[in-house]
Design a protein around this ligand. Structure first.
Ligand code: PEP
Length: 257
């Protein structure tokens, strides 16, 4: 466990929860974990629930995140949302490069990189997702794929900015499937990511970057994953949709601090 990195548990609600459902969920999260300071907690509702959820979070330690952003500040981009719009709702994080966006919406590494740069410029902390498919893992390409996504996603990010970036290693085959990477598989990739960050930014900066694991993380498997040296928290899909499991994950992160 590094004293330089506070654990972070982030919930990715994906396309779930109306504004009212989201409010009900965060009311429970804030009531139970709104004052704790041992773990950073972030919820990422769909755009339509950001404002209402943000109001419930006011005055608590739970932070608001979005699930996507457009790199341009404004203009003719029908259906898109800018960094400034998210900041106006007091969002402080944004998930970028999620595998669902890469595969269903054909997002390229260079487009994701533009979003990373725009987010940092606008004081929004990117949670940059990287990870291999099952086919790529079976072909022995995991590290190459992760390296390409990481380096392309971070192009142009300065040494003074890297501590504001969160990386999420999400093996695509483990997302929403109930198949979780073994602790050894996850730790190996996390350590590899940190070694790449060390090469690019130096050890001091790399030691400050949080690297989350994502892919069927649940209260039952979290303690072992979170105890690994380079696993600094979780990006949680399914288990973030219910306060009980999400709070158990926050408690698990707090226990290994
Ligand atoms: C995710 O989509 O970021 C994720 C990790 O989902 P799940 O926890 O449901 O696998």
């Amino acid at each position: 466990m590094s004293p330089l990195r506070k654990k972070l548990i982030a919930g990715n609600w994906k396309m779930n929860k109306t504004s009212a459902d989201g409010v009900a969920l965060v009311q429970e999260i804030v009531a139970a974990a709104g004052k704790q300071t041992e773990v950073d907690v972030v919820v990422c509702p769909p755009f339509t629930a950001l404002e209402s959820v943000g109001r419930v979070l006011e005055g608590s330690g739970v932070r608001l995140g979005a699930q996507n952003v457009h790199p341009e500040a404004s203009g003719a981009y029908t259906g898109e949302i800018s960094v400034g719009m998210l900041r106006a709702l007091f969002a402080s994080y944004v998930i970028l490069g999620h595998s669902e966006r890469r595969s269903y919406f054909q997002e390229s590494d260079s487009f994701i990189n533009q979003k990373v740069i725009a987010s940092l410029k606008g004081q929004l902390k990117p949670i940059l997702c990287v990870g291999e498919t099952l086919g790529q893992r079976e072909a022995g390409e995991t590290l190459r794929v992760v390296q390409t996504q990481l380096e392309a996603g971070l192009e142009g990010v300065g040494k003074d900015q890297i501590a504001s970036v969160v990386i999420a290693y999400e093996p695509v085959w483990a997302i929403g499937t109930g198949k979780v990477a073994t602790t050894e598989q996850a730790q190996q990739v996390h350590a590899f990511i940190r070694s790449l960050l060390t090469k690019s930014y130096g050890e001091n900066a790399a030691e400050k970057v949080r690297i989350l694991y994502g892919g069927s993380m649940k209260p039952a498997n979290a303690p072992e994953l979170l105890a690994q040296r380079d696993i600094d928290g979780g990006l949680i899909g399914g288990a973030s949709l219910e306060s009980r499991s999400f709070l158990e994950l926050v408690a698990a992160a707090s226990a290994v601090r």
